[in-house]
Design a protein around this ligand. Structure first.
Ligand SMILES: [Zn+2]
Length: 146
């Protein structure tokens, strides 16, 4: 796997910052490992943490903390379950994998698929945009949304 730095950079996106391809990336490529702080707290919540199962969450570091949501994403998060030597569950590893070919300069996006009670309006602009940053089948009360 090539170094993450050779594939992507953090740049200015339509809203805040985003992750952009520094070169063309083929479909099915593991762009990189999402590194960050693993937090073992069932109550823990932040805007960008990734659920690793059980009580574990991953608070990603740059560059992948800047991955933006799109309802037609070109990447996905690939979780690999890990076990400790004693068989207990260890924190999963998370990679960013491309769902299709990505052009030089294109922004990398994922589908956050949040089960949020206070969803954000989605401004991704995709033809199939769901209008809110939530999981496809997620039902929520629009009056509680931001
Ligand atoms: Zn959208």
């Amino acid at each position: 796997m090539a170094a993450v730095e050779t594939m992507v950079r953090v740049g200015k996106a339509a809203h805040g910052r985003g992750v952009f391809a520094k070169r063309a990336i083929r479909k099915g490529t593991l762009v990189g490992l999402v590194q960050g702080k693993v937090i073992d707290d069932a109550e823990y919540y932040s805007d960008y943490c990734i659920d690793l199962g059980g009580t574990l969450s991953l608070e990603p570091k740059t560059p992948f903390c800047y991955l933006n949501h799109c309802c037609e994403p070109n990447c996905q998060l690939l979780l690999t379950e890990k076990r400790n030597k004693d068989g207990s569950l260890a924190p999963s590893t998370v990679h960013v994998k491309t769902l299709r070919g990505i052009k030089l300069g294109e922004e990398l996006t994922i589908d956050y698929a949040w089960d949020s009670v206070k969803p954000l309006r989605c401004l991704c602009g995709a033809a199939s945009c769901r209008g809110w940053i939530v999981a496809v089948n997620h039902v929520f009360d629009k009056s509680t949304a931001y």
